[in-house]
Design a binder for this molecule. Structure first.
Ligand code: ATP
Ligand code: MG
Length: 209
């Protein structure tokens, strides 16, 4: 089950018997064609009215309103808590960035395959900041447009990537690594943008969860 599913179940159990709470949530996700292990905060705006309709069978109006308030607040509340800005300067910051990225994707109900993709992208970008610049930041944000996705923005104060055209064309020979970090990030990303110049580099990536 996804973290969002578990959280909804916890709230429902406070209002219904354990078996009614479980049954109600399973029937609602099935009706909406959502697999319990994939239920994410992105689905909540559609889930809330469907849960309300079913919970009406068990609850009086006062308790029903309280339940709906609780799960709607939970839906509104979550996205803002899932935006983070991480400082990237030292070797140790790379694994922190990687783990944070994975945790944010998991909390948003992302598939584990996609969460790993995001973790790989974040660690490649963080590694480049640590290796080639005096430091920078990586911002992670869950956004919900047509589908839930994570937006990653890596900004540094380095002196830019001189060989960017060769790198993107696959012609670059790295003296410090495999030379596959940036093209790897590009390949894994659903959206990819890079701006570089003498004042630093900004890489913007989006990955669907
Ligand atoms: N943020 C950055 N600022 C300045 N130069 C950078 C930055 N990121 C990468 N570079 C330069 O671009 C080159 C290519 O980066 P890329 O991550 O693709 O490969 P790599 O770091 O050389 O090797 P790999 O990541 O495969 O171990 C690097 O060798 C480095 O010279
Ligand atoms: Mg690299």
């Amino acid at each position: 089950m996804s973290p969002v599913y578990d959280q909804l179940l916890r709230v429902l159990r406070a209002y219904l018997t354990a078996s009614n709470a479980e049954g109600l949530l399973l029937r609602t996700t099935r009706e909406m064609d959502i697999r319990p292990e994939e239920l994410s905060a992105f689905h909540l705006p559609r889930m809330v009215p469907a849960i309300e309709r079913r919970a009406r069978l068990y609850l009086d109006n006062v308790r029903l309103a309280r339940l709906v308030g609780e799960i709607s607040g939970f839906a509104l509340d979550r996205p803002s808590r899932r935006s983070r800005i991480l400082t990237v300067e030292y070797e140790a910051d790379i694994s922190i960035a990687r783990q944070t990225a994975k945790a944010i994707c998991d909390a948003a109900g992302g598939r584990s395959f996609n969460a790993h993709k995001v973790a790989t992208i974040v660690s490649e970008l963080a590694r480049n900041i640590v290796a080639y610049t005096p430091g920078g930041t990586i911002e992670l944000e869950i956004v919900r447009e047509t589908a839930a996705c994570v937006r990653i923005s890596a900004v540094d104060r380095g002196s830019g990537i001189a060989a960017l055209d060769d790198i993107l064309a696959g012609r670059y020979r790295s003296r410090t690594g495999l030379g596959k970090g940036i093209v790897g990030v590009q390949r894994l990303a659903d959206k990819f943008n890079i701006h570089t110049g003498p004042a630093g580099t900004k890489v913007e990536v989006e990955v669907r969860l």
